[in-house]
Design a protein around this ligand. Structure first.
Ligand code: AMP
Ligand code: ZN
Length: 463
């Protein structure tokens, strides 16, 4: 079945037909590294992880580029507030970002270009835009994109340009849709920029935020590529401006499918430091969330719906993770760890159909958990055939290659193994008191012992 994705540009679900058959090129707007990324940002990065993993499961080769915004209004302002260099600031937060990605088991992009390493290409694209009459230089050594020179401007966000004041222009990177204006491609140096500047044909200055993404996407993916992602807040002005710059500079179509994730809310509202509900990944891990539970919470809602996060979601999410881990273990016990095969249960078709339909994760999870319930009953009644168990294992493996919510098996430490053996010896002697005492010691070390017909088994405790 083909994959259909909702294209924000056409507001329709469209079949994914990669420009090069079998290969999908994706650009995702990465973090602005002026602070630690929050859980809302990770909603965006996990949606992109889901998209990429699902396309890979469908057999596509994916080439994924995610930029790191390491120079813009926010990074400059923050480095000055902290009295440190911009490179010291951005290195610290980029390092933290990669750690958090790893914690959440996000598959790394193929390239993470940094804006400051592509300034020359940005200058070249701005020169092209000036030569083609789409940009103009102002007295302070800045360069602006003239939105009137691109009649398609505003197509992505359905902008009503009839009320527009044509002469207005804006120097800051972010502004609202109510007032579309000529935006800056290059910002002439001002005193508050301190030592953050590069030489250019227009004097010292620095690039605007929007040109950064046009240049880095085209540099690694070519002038025309398959998918561009970001959060809904990026649609205007950032993506609208990216389209204008890229199409006017190259004369090519730029992006085939634009995908935008909705926002994450906390306790039903915007996250805020003053309300104490502004969460980073490390805060949540310290509060007892596992990476798998966070993945489940962030991926369980459709990417085009708002997801509401609250601390009390932890228990339910951990229970779900535990349930999936348990059925995975049971099936492994039934068919053996080495068992392989390609056959799948009938339910898989419905799972795939839901994911093919614009990554409908809630529906796909519904299908999966329904199958888990049925299969658990069959295991309890001992009516699950070896063949069905193997098909089930394949389903879980495919499911988990996309959602990745089964914790990795920790190897049991030798000390715990020794205690388990001692406990077994005590049980053989029917010394139940000693067996219970040892079970408690093992539990304190983070492991649960289960007595099965084939001997004692050890599992890590899921908090
Ligand atoms: P930034 O570091 O601000 O450039 O944002 C990085 C990514 O996170 C962008 O794709 C944003 O659209 C996205 N984003 C920011 N806040 C949220 C939120 N509350 N929920 C979901 N995505 C967000
Ligand atoms: Zn971007």
């Amino acid at each position: 079945m083909p994959v259909r994705l909702f294209n924000s540009l056409t507001r329709k679900k469209e079949e994914l037909k990669p420009i090069i058959p079998g290969k999908v090129s994706i650009y995702t707007c990465g973090p602005t590294v002026y602070d630690v990324a929050h859980i809302g940002n990770f909603r965006a990065f996990l949606f992109e992880d889901l998209l990429k993993r699902y396309l890979q499961l469908k057999g596509f080769k994916v080439f994924h580029v995610m930029n790191i915004t390491d120079v813009d209004d926010r990074t400059i302002r923050r480095s000055q507030e902290k009295h440190i260099s911009i490179s010291e600031l951005t290195k610290k937060y980029a390092d933290q970002f990669f750690k958090d990605l790893n914690t959440l088991k996000v598959k790394p992009a193929d390239v993470y270009p940094r804006a400051t390493e592509h300034i020359d290409s940005m200058i070249r694209m701005i020169e092209t835009l000036i030569q083609k009459g789409h940009a103009y230089v102002t007295d302070d050594g800045s360069v602006y994109f003239a939105i009137d020179t691109y009649p398609e401007y505003g197509r992505l966000t359905r902008l009503d340009r009839s009320q527009q004041q044509t002469s207005a222009r804006i120097a800051t990177d972010d502004y609202t849709k109510d007032n579309p204006q000529d935006f800056s491609l290059w910002k002439g140096w001002k005193e508050e920029d301190g030592d953050v500047y590069w030489e250019s044909p227009w004097g010292r200055g620095r690039p605007g935020w929007h040109i950064e993404c046009s240049v880095m996407s085209i540099e690694y993916l070519g002038s025309h590529f398959d998918i561009h992602c970001g959060g809904v807040d990026n649609m205007f002005p950032h993506h609208e401006n990216e389209i204008a710059q890229s199409v006017c500079a190259t004369g090519e179509p730029f992006v085939n499918i634009w995908m935008h994730n909705e926002h994450l809310l906390v306790d039903g509202g915007k996250m805020s430091k003053s309300l104490g509900n502004y969460y980073r990944i490390s805060d949540l891990i310290n509060k007892g969330f596992t990476p798998e539970a966070l993945r489940y919470i962030l991926l369980g809602t459709h990417y085009r719906s708002k997801v509401n996060f609250s601390l009390d979601k932890r228990h339910e999410a951990q229970r779900v993770v535990q349930r999936v881990s348990e059925i995975y273990d049971r099936l492994l016990d039934l068919v053996g760890r080495e068992a392989t095969g390609d056959e799948l249960p009938a339910d898989y078709t419905h799972f795939e159909a839901a994911m093919d339909d614009d990554l409908d994760a809630p529906k796909a999870l519904g299908v999966f958990f329904n199958w888990v319930r049925k299969t658990n009953s069959q295991i309890a009644e001992q009516s699950l055939t070896h063949e069905d168990a193997l098909k089930g294992l394949n389903f879980i493996r495919r499911f988990n290659s996309v959602f990745d919510i089964i914790p990795e098996r920790k190897t049991v430490p030798p000390e715990v193994l020794r205690l388990v053996k001692e406990r077994e010896a005590a049980r053989n002697k029917k010394d139940w008191f000693e067996a219970d005492r040892l079970r408690e010691i093992i539990r304190k070390q983070g492991w649960i012992v289960e007595d099965t017909p084939t001997g004692s088994k050890c599992k890590p405790i899921v908090p």
